[in-house]
Design a protein around this ligand. Structure first.
Ligand code: UD1
Length: 337
């Protein structure tokens, strides 16, 4: 069965290609390489013994999307990762984000609606909940007005898919990720942030590697046990596996609604200081960090209630924070060699 993975050479995309190939799916990966490297194909090959079919394609070019589907009308499922994801950049350049994250989605769905039936998995984010009132966060927690254009593209994306489902044969699963971290245990693929990392874990590993002088901890005055903000850090391989499970659910017609939503997290919240301490323990490195003011737009805490994913999808995150951080560290050491 042929599966299209958009953004297939990116961080979560590449790990998902591996899991799909491990499960016997034939994968076509497309990517515009704006935030990824062609070398990722080699990493995927080294793990699975197979390269996916690859096409460099920019989903903002409608005619190219049409052309792609005219050549690959036997695609039975699409996992859509291709999107921009830097919150700060989206505030600076909202139109880039609306064009990249929304136009692409529309062009893809336009082609999918021409197929007799389509199965679609969408990369959403826990950012849609904003600062939720209750922890852990369930899927029925209200979606709150987005703080950034990036967050808004995830909300609008979910709405577009829901509207389309009402009048077409597209069946979809929206996956709301908490904080994906780590790398494949082989260290053949991992996260490749361009420029200064905005996310905590790549900043930590680059600091430990000596590429950054020190890590700034954004805020120690949050109403949490140690004053630093709390997130639900999930190993990217666990996350990737959830996509395969979700896809199979659609392919086997086990979905109970045309659009289903699942939180993907571990269910455990960790503070920034806990992440730092755990990293120091698993890497045996002393991390240079200082406490600074809060980062604008950050929330106090977010961690998932994973009951729905556990019970309905039958998926549960397996890796600990230690394992995820150790894999991120192994990857960082490998790419700087
Ligand atoms: C961020 C985005 C989120 C997006 C996700 C994608 C913001 C406000 N949110 O999530 O919308 O879906 O990335 O990966 O940008 N931290 C530090 N020092 C650093 C970096 C981070 O203390 O140098 C702290 C943050 O304040 C936060 C935690 O570490 O408390 C995690 O930060 P990060 O990895 O950027 O993820 P989010 O902010 O949760």
């Amino acid at each position: 069965m042929k599966i299209l993975v958009t953004g297939g050479l990116g961080f979560i995309g590449s790990h998902t290609v591996v899991e799909l190939q491990n499960e016997g799916f034939e994968v076509i990966a497309i990517d515009n390489l704006s935030n990824s490297s062609i070398d990722v194909l080699e990493g995927i090959f080294n793990i699975t013994g197979k390269k996916p079919i690859f096409e460099k394609l920019d989903l903002r070019e409608k005619s190219m999307v049409q052309d792609f589907f005219s050549r690959h009308n036997d695609v039975v499922g699409v996992i859509h990762f291709a999107a921009s994801k830097a919150v700060g950049e989206s505030v600076e350049n909202p139109l880039l984000y609306y064009e990249n994250n929304i136009n692409s989605l529309v062009y893809l769905l336009q082609e999918l609606t021409k197929l007799p039936q389509a199965h679609f998995i969408f990369s959403s984010s826990c950012t849609v909940y904003g600062q939720a009132e209750k922890m852990p966060i369930t899927e029925d927690a209200p979606v709150q007005t987005a703080i950034s254009p990036y967050g808004n593209t995830k909300q609008i994306g979910e709405e577009i898919i829901t509207d389309v489902a009402k009048v077409t044969n597209v069946n979809s699963i929206l996956l709301r990720y908490f904080n994906p971290i780590g790398a494949h245990s082989s260290a053949e693929i991992g996260e490749l942030p361009i420029g200064t990392p905005q996310n905590l874990v790549p900043f930590i590993t680059q600091t430990a590697m000596g590429l950054r002088k020190e890590l700034s901890v954004f805020g120690k005055d949050y109403p949490t046990s140690d004053g630093t903000a709390i997130r639900d850090y999930i190993h990217v391989v666990d996350l990737a596996k959830a996509h395969v499970v979700a896809l199979k659910r659609l392919l086997n017609k086990e979905n109970s609604e045309k659009v289903e939503t699942f939180n993907l997290g571990t269910g455990t919240g960790s503070s920034v200081l806990e992440v730092i301490n755990t990293f120091e323990k698993v890497s045996k490195q002393k991390l240079n960090y200082k406490i600074v003011g809060r980062r604008e737009g950050d929330i106090t805490e977010a961690y998932a209630n994973t009951d729905k994913a556990n019970d309905v999808l039958g998926w549960k995150a397996q890796s600990s924070l230690e394992e995820a951080l150790a894999s991120a560290w192994k990857w960082e050491q490998k790419i700087r060699r």
